[in-house]
Design a binder for this molecule. Structure first.
Ligand SMILES: Cc1ncc(COP(=O)(O)O)c(C=O)c1O
Length: 333
């Protein structure tokens, strides 16, 4: 039995997401590369974020909440996805946004606005947003509302169940393809840590011996390692187990590798991934993980699973920032 089935879940995405070979891009790889397509989860542009939201929204409904409160940077994929998910289950949503209002709103913020979410620009640094979310929840409760606070990225034990479920999904897919899960290295980008913590908990439950490599884009490895260890333990406890083994887990520091806008190396990496593997990467999560994948595939004999997490809003926005490198033919001049 799937241990995550014991928890309420609202079906929002389309699962399992595809796991397929990145055929045209195999040129200098020592072993097969498989793409896990969480960029194509089928719920708006939520990407992998719909996984935690399926459990978080079900929990919010179970707790008789009527307003979901979350927050993050203006370009956070999670805020757009969370507002969308709240609207889908009939809950109100408030978003605490880091920083000041900007002239041009990033797509996730526009998506949140389009669902009717209330948006507060807090003027605060992103690191203070979780406290602000809690504070706003206290205010709403004092007004007689039923708030359901969700920290950045949906990084709670309940949210992490969605990724524990994803680990079980991947394990089944590997078995169905005849790929030995113990000869697999899984690589994914890390922001809040919710995804990788859930995958660690799910892998531990299965006894899967695959290697898991996290590419940390916003916190240094010491800080991130502590967050992942705590969160994966909480998720494992929900699954009725103790702290998961970290023996096969590595975290790589990619903090500040590109940020919202790509430098020249990042731009080239994005082009290679687009032409070679056919995937459009965002600057914050996708490109740094591609750069790590490119290093690992030259050395490792393991089948490599590259977890594509989404980020399509940022990917499309970054195309505009980089400008057009091709030739432009102006007609009717
Ligand atoms: C596209 C994308 N990939 C990866 C991540 C990182 O996931 P997590 O926050 O679960 O570590 C995020 C987080 O916002 C994201 O939007």
């Amino acid at each position: 039995m799937n241990p995550t089935d014991r928890f309420p879940r609202t079906h929002l995405g389309q699962f399992p997401t595809a796991l397929h070979r990145a055929a045209p891009w195999q040129v200098d790889a020592a072993a097969p590369i498989l793409l896990k397509r969480d960029d194509l989860t089928g719920f708006g542009l939520a990407g992998n974020k719909v996984r935690p939201l399926e459990y978080l929204m079900a929990d919010a409904v179970k707790c008789d909440s009527n307003v979901v409160v979350t927050g993050g940077a203006a370009g956070s994929n999670f805020i757009g996805a969370c507002a969308h998910a709240a609207a889908a289950v009939g809950l109100d949503c408030e978003i605490e946004v880091a920083g000041e209002p900007m002239d041009v709103w990033p797509v996730p913020l526009l998506m949140a606005q389009s669902t009717g979410a209330v948006i507060h620009f807090t003027g605060l640094d992103r690191s203070l947003i979780n406290e602000q979310v809690e504070q706003r929840a206290v205010e709403l409760a004092a007004e007689g509302r039923g708030p359901y606070p969700v920290p950045r990225g949906g990084a709670t034990a309940v949210g992490g169940l969605g990724f524990a479920r994803a680990a079980i999904e991947l394990h089944e897919q590997c078995n169905a393809r005849g790929t030995d899960p113990n000869q697999v290295t899984v690589v994914l980008p890390v922001g809040s840590g919710a995804s990788i913590a859930g995958i660690l908990a799910g892998s531990d439950f299965l006894g899967a011996l695959w290697k898991i490599v996290g590419v940390s884009v916003s916190r240094n490895v010491d800080q991130m390692g502590g967050i992942i260890s705590d969160l994966s333990t909480e998720i494992s406890e929900l699954l009725g187990r103790g702290a998961p083994s970290m023996a096969n887990f590595t975290i790589i520091d990619a903090v500040g590798s590109h940020g919202q806008e790509l430098d020249e190396n990042g731009g080239l990496a994005r082009e290679q991934a687009f032409r070679g593997a056919g995937v459009l990467l965002d600057p914050t999560y996708g490109v740094p993980s591609y750069e790590i994948i490119s290093q690992i595939t030259r050395e490792s004999k393991d089948t490599l699973v590259w977890w594509l997490t989404g980020g399509l809003p940022g990917a499309i926005e970054s195309l505009a920032v980089m400008g057009n490198r091709g030739s432009v033919v102006a007609e009717n001049v």
